[in-house]
Write a new protein. Sequence first.
Length: 139
Amino acid sequence: MGVAYYIQTSRVASGIDAGGKDQIALGRMVYEKNCAACHGARLEGQPNWQRRLPSGRMPAPPHEDTGHTWHHPDRVLFGIVKYGVVPPYGPPGYQSDMPAFQLVLSDDEIRAVLAYIKSHWSDKVVQWRVETLKNLEQP
């Protein structure tokens, strides 16, 4: 089994299928309606996303390769979307403009939006995730 196999299985992990056209299509609609206003229509994030705003909070990061979304295991990404940046998905007391979507999106819609985001990642990023996060994806 080569790298291509592991890249493909990584993209399907946790019910998030970055190669599934139906899930990605749903994810695109969910992203455009709920995420693009902050994270950008092209997943580019807000300007100067690595510098704190006057409020002390961080701007919305990009979700493509230039951001850090891909550094996190799928279960953490799912938790952040569903519950917001709260423990165990963020440090205690962390202030974020990222809302919790548990009352807005179904679990399937959350998985779909994550599939849409993951479908934009380069093979290099996906391979890094396979090699680096494989032990963290365990329940």
